[in-house]
Design a protein around this ligand. Sequence first.
Ligand code: GUN
Ligand code: ZN
Length: 435
Amino acid sequence: MAYIKAWRSAILHCIENPTDVGSEKAFEYYPDGILVVTDGIISALGHASEILLELPNSMDIEHHPEALIIPGFIDTHIHYPQSDMIASYGEQLLDWLNHYTFPEESKFSDKEFARDVADRFLKELLRNGTTTALVFGTVHKQSVDAFFEATESLDLRMICGKVMMDRHAPDDLTDTPESSYQDSKALIETWHEKGRLHYAVTPRFAPTSTSEQLSAAGKLLTEYDNLYLHTHLSENVQECEWVQALFPESKHYLDVYDQHQLLSERSVFAHGIHLCDHEYQRLSETGSAVAFCPTSNLFLGSGLFDLSKAEFHKLNVGMGTDVGGGTSFSMFKTLNEAYKVIQLQGQNLDPIKSFYLATLGGAKALRLEHKVGNLAVGTEADFVILDKTATPLIKTRLARSKEIADTLFALMILADDRVVKATYSMGKCVHRREE
Ligand code: GUN
Ligand code: ZN
């Protein structure tokens, strides 16, 4: 028998890109809405006054009058092994990698250690309302087994991959072109498209891979359908200079990846701060996506992502927390910093656009928009119940809000995990806030 349940609350989701249709037409808002879920899939969404007429009297309806239901957030770039080294002081990217990141990632040769971090990482994502993420593992194959095993009982839609890194890192963190190919292949065979899981071929970034290894990554992409490519691009000025010195024959940073056939509709490049017009163009024409990671870009002093230029070139953009270079698992805090990054460039980031980037825009960047990212009928029931009275300040600020865009904006600036009352994956509760 089908399992049906409904939730009644204010409900908000995006249906289009605000840049294409204007903010007003990009979302649907039900001040008193009902979301119906049948066997994990959304089977109805609408105004309570209409949907109630169609539901049987015996229907199990959970009512949240002081809440706002939204789709689960989508984090398009994060490192699970860096969870516990978040907030490491005083360095920019290349020194930060050597002083903090590599020693931390060495610990993931121990699968039990990795599993413990993966379990806590997933809890942290869910307490922040994030239900799908594109996740870096470490160079160790078992780090990805541990991650996917941890996701299985929660039935989350997740993407992860083993780091490929064969130079410019400590010996215990390097693989070879051949071993990285074989290990990635074994992980793909075990996990890719198993239930809701997907595999991402994950060369760390151009400086830590030889050309042979990048070719092995490109070969994997041709051997299986629907694989992702996940890496870093043009984050930090010294990094960009280093790439130019290591690959003198490449036209620019992106060209290194391009020459190894790594640009595709399922390629996601984190950061993309210091790009030339040709790089924007190539990203656009190959359907590649960029993960905008504002807390990381500010924390590591990397620079300001130019969203308007990305939009001009019609790039797919999603939001990334980039923990542990990023400073929070919270998409609210990430959007808060995104707003400031855009302000510093003399522009505004509209709250509906921000919300889009963290939900449907992220899903589109990951080519998952028919499964997650909004609450459309037929999609998977990954959603979050937000408590509009979570703190005294949020309660009073939202009480004066007359429009949903203003409510959203105030949440983006003021909210964090305290407002996430419950998180659902396929209609099942996977996080409930302690009261
Ligand atoms: N570039 C290469 N590796 C990393 C990493 O772990 N974090 C960030 N932010 N940038 C990188
Ligand atoms: Zn990163």
